[in-house]
Write a protein that binds this ligand. Structure first.
Ligand SMILES: C[S@@+](CC[C@H](N)C(=O)[O-])C[C@H]1O[C@@H](n2cnc3c(N)ncnc32)[C@H](O)[C@@H]1O
Length: 289
C-alpha cells in the first residue's frame, strides 16, 4: 500500500489543466450551491463581525477564498492552507487580504493559528481522505476554530456524480475508482458519514444540506447546465486516470492504453442530454463555547 502521505491522486497530472479544472469547477459548483459560499445562517452571523477571520484547508488555487473575499469587508483576514503550493496563484492575483501557505491537514496545526478563525472551511478532499481518520481530522482542524465558530466540510455525493441515464463509461470508471480507493486506504464512507464525524469530534448544531446540480435545469441557469456538468466530469476523468496510473494503477487501469480507452469511451458516452448529477453534500457544526 502507498504511504498515507502519498494517497492524494489529483496532483500528478498537468498542473495548468488541474488549475483550470479547479477554477472552472468552482464556478459550476457555486451555481449548484445557489451561490451560497457559506450556509446562509453562517453568512448572516458573519455579517455582524467587523473583521471576520476565515481559514480554508486544502485550498487548492484559493478560488473559494478569492470569491468570498469579495463579499466581506476589506478588514477580513483570509488564510488558505494546502500541502501543494504549486497551484497557488501569484500574490498579485489574490485579494490583498488573502494569504496562502503550506500546511498538511493531517499534521498538528501551527500554534499561531490556534483558535484564530470564525470559520474553517474544507471541501473536496475525498481523494485525500484516510479510512478511519475522519473524526481525528475534524478534531485536528477544530483546533483552528474559535470557541463558538463554525467548521464546514463539503464533498460530492458518494465521492462522484451520478449519471442519468447510466452510461457504460461511468459504470466502468466507478468500479475502478472504488477498487482503487480501497486499495489506497481511502475513506469510502464520505460524504454520508460527515455528520457523524463532526458530532463525534465534539461539534454542536451539526446539520447538512445536499445541493442537486440538475435542479438548475428548471431555473435561469438551466440552458447550459448539462454541457457544463459533462465538461466537468470529462476533465475530472482525465485527471483521475492520470492520478491512478501515476500511483501504479488498479486492475482494469494499469496501462496508458487502458486510460486512453476509458477517456475515449467517456467522451463517446457523454452525448446530448446525458445528465451528470454533480451533487454536493455540505455539513457544518459549531465548536462549543
Ligand atoms: C480537489 S482539490 C480541492 C481544492 C479546493 N478545496 C477547491 O474546492 O477548489 C483538493 C486539494 O486538497 C489538497 N490536499 C490533499 N491532501 C492534503 C493534505 N494532507 N493537506 C493539505 N492539503 C491537501 C490538494 O493539494 C488539493 O489542492
Amino acid at each position: 500500500m502507498q504511504s498515507q502521505a502519498d494517497i492524494y491522486t489529483l496532483n500528478s497530472g498537468d498542473l495548468d489543466e488541474e488549475i483550470t479544472r479547479l477554477n472552472t469547477q468552482h464556478v459550476l459548483f457555486d451555481d449548484v450551491m445557489n451561490n451560497e459560499l457559506l450556509p446562509p445562517h453562517i453568512t448572516a452571523e458573519l455579517s455582524s463581525n467587523p473583521s471576520p477571520k476565515i481559514c480554508e484547508i486544502a485550498t487548492g488555487t484559493g478560488i473559494w477564498l478569492s470569491a468570498i473575499a469579495k463579499t466581506l469587508p476589506a478588514s477580513a483576514e483570509l488564510v488558505g492552507l494546502d500541502f501543494d503550493t504549486t497551484k497557488f496563484p501569484p500574490k498579485s492575483q489574490l485579494p490583498v487580504n488573502v494569504e496562502l501557505k503550506f500546511n498538511d491537514m493531517y499534521e498538528a496545526q501551527p500554534e499561531e493559528l490556534q483558535e484564530k478563525f470564525d470559520v474553517v472551511h474544507l471541501r473536496f478532499i475525498a481523494m485525500a481522505s484516510r479510512k478511519g481518520q475522519g473524526i481525528a481530522l475534524v478534531k485536528n482542524l477544530l483546533t483552528l476554530v474559535k470557541p463558538g465558530g463554525w467548521f464546514i466540510w463539503g464533498e460530492l455525493t458518494e465521492n462522484i456524480p451520478h449519471v442519468q441515464p447510466p452510461i457504460d463509461a461511468w459504470s466502468r470508471y466507478l468500479q475502478l475508482a472504488h477498487k482503487f480507493g480501497l486499495q489506497q486506504g481511502r475513506d469510502v464512507e464520505l460524504p454520508q458519514a460527515l455528520p457523524h464525524y463532526l458530532k463525534s469530534a465534539g461539534c454542536v448544531d451539526v446539520d447538512y444540506k445536499v445541493y442537486y446540480a440538475m435542479s438548475l435545469l428548471y431555473g435561469p441557469k438551466g440552458a447550459d447546465i448539462i454541457k457544463r456538468s459533462q465538461n466537468e466530469l470529462l476533465m475530472a476523468v482525465n485527471i483521475l486516470v492520470d492520478g491512478i496510473l501515476a500511483k501504479g494503477g488498479v486492475d482494469g487501469l494499469r496501462t496508458k492504453a487502458e486510460g486512453i480507452d476509458i477517456i475515449t469511451q467517456t467522451k463517446r458516452d457523454l452525448r446530448g442530454d446525458v445528465k451528470v448529477n454533480t451533487n454536493i453534500f455540505r455539513c457544518y457544526g459549531r465548536k462549543p463555547l
